[in-house]
Every structure is written in C-alpha cells, then in structure tokens.
Design a protein around this ligand. Structure first.
Ligand code: PXP
Length: 237
C-alpha cells in the first residue's frame, strides 16, 4: 500500500503572492496530518519562490510524520538540509525559469554534483531519494550512487492524451518500478498526479510512496485541506 506524501509548496505560493504570513504552510501540514498524510513534502528552491527557510525549521519542529525535503544538488541548499535534518531528501533538478520541476535528474550528465550532494546528505544521516525519469540508465546510475529510493517522475504519464498514450506511459513506469525494486531501492513516484489519474500509479507493485501537491492544494481551496487529503489518501491506499 502506497503512503501519501502531501506537498504543501503551493500553500506557501499563495502566501508569497502577497508577501504576508498567511496562509501558513505549517497549519496546512497539521491539517494534512489530521487528514491521514503519511508524509509532508516541501521543496526549498534556490529562489525561495514558495517555501522559506523559516517554514522548514518550524515544520521540522512540528511535523510528526515523515518530512521529505526536495532540493537541488546545490551546496548551499544541501548545507541547509543537513542542518535541518529532514527524514528524507529528494534530489531534483531545478531551473530558475521553470514553472515546476520539468523532468527527472540527469545522473549521467551531473554525476559528480549529485554524488557530492548524496555523500554530504548521507553523512548527515538523511535518507536519500532521487527523482528520475523512468529511464533504465538513470535507475542504474541511482543504484551506483547507493540511493535509498527512486521517485519516478510521473509527469509524462499525467500529460499523456488518450488511452493508448496513457497506457504506454504507465507501462514505462511499471517497468522502471520493477528495475528500481530489483536493484534493492524503494519505489516512489510523483508529479502531476491527480484524483483522476492516481489509482493506476498507486497500484504499481511495490509502490511505497506517492508525493502529490498541486491537485490536493487545488481541491483544498474548495473542500478544506483535511478533507482533500483524506480523499486522496483513500484513492492511494
Ligand atoms: N515530486 C517531486 C519530486 C516534485 O518536484 C513535485 C513538485 O514539486 C511533486 C512530486 C509534486 O508534484 P505535483 O505538485 O504536480 O503534485
């Protein structure tokens, strides 16, 4: 049964739009936990466009489920991660101009940078997940880096149009999932998952964790955070 990590970045996005102190992502994290979240996920971006350093500190003090920090393999952010000690660090690619994370990490091109970040985070006792496209070469490289987990990028699956294309993308995730597990790593997935498309991904054998943000925050505006999380939790488990 997959666990649900709730990404609360976009609560902070609304706050930052006005530069005030509401809505507070810390409050959202509490409601998410009451709704059954197994984890809280935040992305501390280099440009601090949503989550702030203060959010990470307060979340570390208050979140009682797994705290998963998404971050780029940037030495400054890696140091903040080591100091704040999330339960898990998920390394993601990051481009300043992107609206959201656009693809998986390219471990073949950025091997040394990622290896340095992995070593530093591991020394700090933090579990390591790598956000990757469902590409066999990338998964091999994650194994070589001794990652604890791989989070498969589900963006292409989410964007696929029509049954045939959707099934083709799902098949890639299923195959990649088998490879991740056969190499002894834990299987996670996320990006672009919604109330409508999540079930087949949650049903992939051995799926341990799904990280979902935008769809839950969007629904929370209409029905409340706790209920939005409860509804998603029902679908993933
Ligand atoms: N997983 C990772 C690694 C991400 O970067 C994101 C987006 O921050 C998510 C999951 C959640 O994506 P979404 O907001 O589309 O659910």
């Amino acid at each position: 049964m997959a666990e649900l990590g709730v990404n609360i970045d976009h609560v902070a996005t609304v706050r930052q739009a006005r530069g005030t102190n509401e809505p507070d992502p810390v409050w959202a994290a509490t409601l998410a936990q009451l709704g059954g979240a197994d984890g809280i996920t935040v992305h501390l971006r280099e440009d601090r466009r949503h989550i702030q350093d203060r959010d990470l500190r307060v979340l570390r003090d208050t979140v009682t489920v797994k705290l998963n920090l998404e971050l780029a393999a940037n030495p400054e952010i890696v140091e903040i991660a080591c100091g704040s000690k999330p339960d898990q660090a998920t390394l993601v690619p990051e481009k300043r101009e992107e609206v959201t994370t656009e693809g998986g990490l390219d471990l073949l091109t950025h091997q040394q940078r990622v290896a340095d970040a992995v070593a530093r985070l591991r020394d700090a006792g933090i579990g390591i997940s790598l956000f990757l496209d469902p590409d066999p070469r990338q998964i091999e490289a994650a194994h070589a880096l001794k990652a604890d987990a791989v989070e498969l990028h589900t963006g292409e699956y989410a964007l696929a149009v029509g049954e045939k294309a959707t099934q083709a993308e799902l098949a890639k995730l299923v195959d990649a999932g088998k490879q991740v597990r056969s190499l002894g790593m834990t299987l996670h997935a996320g990006h672009g998952l919604t109330y409508r498309n999540v079930k087949p991904v949650a049903a992939i054998e051995g799926m341990a964790e799904l990280n979902i943000g935008h769809s839950i925050v969007a629904r929370a505006i209409m029905v409340g955070f706790e209920q939005a999380v409860r509804e998603m939790k029902r679908l993933v488990s």
